[in-house]
Design a protein around this ligand. Sequence first.
Ligand SMILES: NC(=O)c1ccc[n+]([C@@H]2O[C@H](COP(=O)([O-])OP(=O)(O)OC[C@H]3O[C@@H](n4cnc5c(N)ncnc54)[C@H](O)[C@@H]3O)[C@@H](O)[C@H]2O)c1
Ligand SMILES: CCCCCCCCCCCCCCCCCC=O
Length: 492
Amino acid sequence: MEMKGIQQAVAGARMAYRTGRTRPLAFRVKQLKALQKMLTENEDKIFQALKKDLHKSQFDVAIFEVVGLQNEITLALNKLPDWTAPEFVSKNMLTIMDEVYIHREPLGVVLIMGAWNYPLALVIQPLIGAIAAGNAVVIKPSEVSENMAQLLQKLLPQYLDKELYPVVNGAVPETTELLKLQFDHILFTGSSSVGKIVMEAAAKHLTPVTLELGGKSPCYINKNCNLDVACRRIAWARYVNCGQTCIAPDYILFNIWLDPLQMFYGDDPQTSPDYGRIVNRHHLSRLLSLLEGLKVTHGGDYNTQQLYLAPTIVANVDPNAKVMQEEIFGPVLPIVPVAGAEDAINFINNRDKPLALYIFTNDKKLINRMIAETSSGGVTVNDCMIHYSISSLPFGGIGKSGIGAYHGKFTFETFSHRRACVIKSFRMESLNSVRYPPATESKLKWTRWLLMKSHGSSRMKQMMIGLLGVLIAMALKVNNKYLHLYSATHPG
Ligand SMILES: NC(=O)c1ccc[n+]([C@@H]2O[C@H](COP(=O)([O-])OP(=O)(O)OC[C@H]3O[C@@H](n4cnc5c(N)ncnc54)[C@H](O)[C@@H]3O)[C@@H](O)[C@H]2O)c1
Ligand SMILES: CCCCCCCCCCCCCCCCCC=O
């Protein structure tokens, strides 16, 4: 896309946003239903694009890209009236008779930048919440999954408002240009290194960011668990999408491993329809360089032409090995021996806070201890990645694995401003007069009391406090007399 085209797309989205047409709920519902229609009417095109980009199977496209989106749209459609309703909150004594609430308003024009590994889900999932919250959205798919990027650019304008939701395609020069422009929020999914570039560009406009980043997610196996089941669940999560999943278990803290891979992908994973491919040559050679000098326990074979790297396991890995220094993001699973839970906790805490943590054990006390003594974006115990699929949990990182969170209502919140609203009436001016000069000891006493938080907000309690307010107002009538006197002697 030409630079001028990028500027025009963003300016067009802002102009369209200013018309106010995203505000009515009926409009948001219409856009969300159109998005739903886009997903159902184009299942095959979506599958073909993902097959070309990442060799995804129909099963994986359904489970990992589409079903979650359909659920998120249904949730937003059902909950939109609740999410957007004023949230009445507890008050202080001064405002007990007034309306005090939080109003969720759209942020404005937001930018969503996706990653290439789940190139549909990682763009559309945040888009659902951004539309629900009433924003205009500039969408930047990852250029690395180019077939999906092109498909989104073709399909989205056919279903959604063309001006409010433009798709900008391109590589680093186009993204750099896009990031020079002003947005009201940026949600970026990708690597920590590009995350820094995005945050720096956003800082120039004081634009808030949500950064959905990556890192090395550890997986601790305690000997007190069903090893067979544990290894199967871990292998499923590590090797799906050829290991290119942000929350895949990156390495194992344990010392033995049972091998479920033959059961998943047969004797030759290269011929299995369920086994994916590496996205491009650059990433394949990056992965091969991580394996240099290591004694591979299982797999390790590759085919550059086919972008194939076998499901690979490396046992007894030194924590200082290159494969332990960066996120693997491929079908390689190092196993680092640890002496026990204490050792595992220290290992985890000596490194950057991960996006996910996995613990396999039957020991409830150990589960509580590991959750209490470590930190990560999310945790799943006795399985991997499942926390991602629960829309009532916030999904996001901590420290280097990210800033902010989304999914379900949290996406709506990410793209909404919580506006503090107080609607006062002109009544009860006697009560209010305690704040006006001239200051007195007794006014100060009353003000302290009036600014106290009212605990609870039952109707009865409010009425009682209201009555009390009237009594105070009467008691303050004397002060009021002085107030009039004051106004008379201080004209203007
Ligand atoms: N937390 C999550 O939900 C999540 C999901 C998927 C991937 N990830 C992480 O993303 C990483 C892999 O994804 P990726 O390779 O697409 O990430 P990436 O950081 O290379 O690219 C992401 C986006 O940034 C843009 N970009 C790339 N280089 C840029 C530059 N120099 N200046 C400006 N923009 C630039 C790309 O166009 C793309 O849209 C992994 O670390 C993975 O863990 C995180
Ligand atoms: C009992 C039936 C089990 C069905 C299993 C379906 C589980 C779905 C789990 C969702 C995990 C999705 C991970 C996708 C992460 C994408 C973002 C990061 O790269």
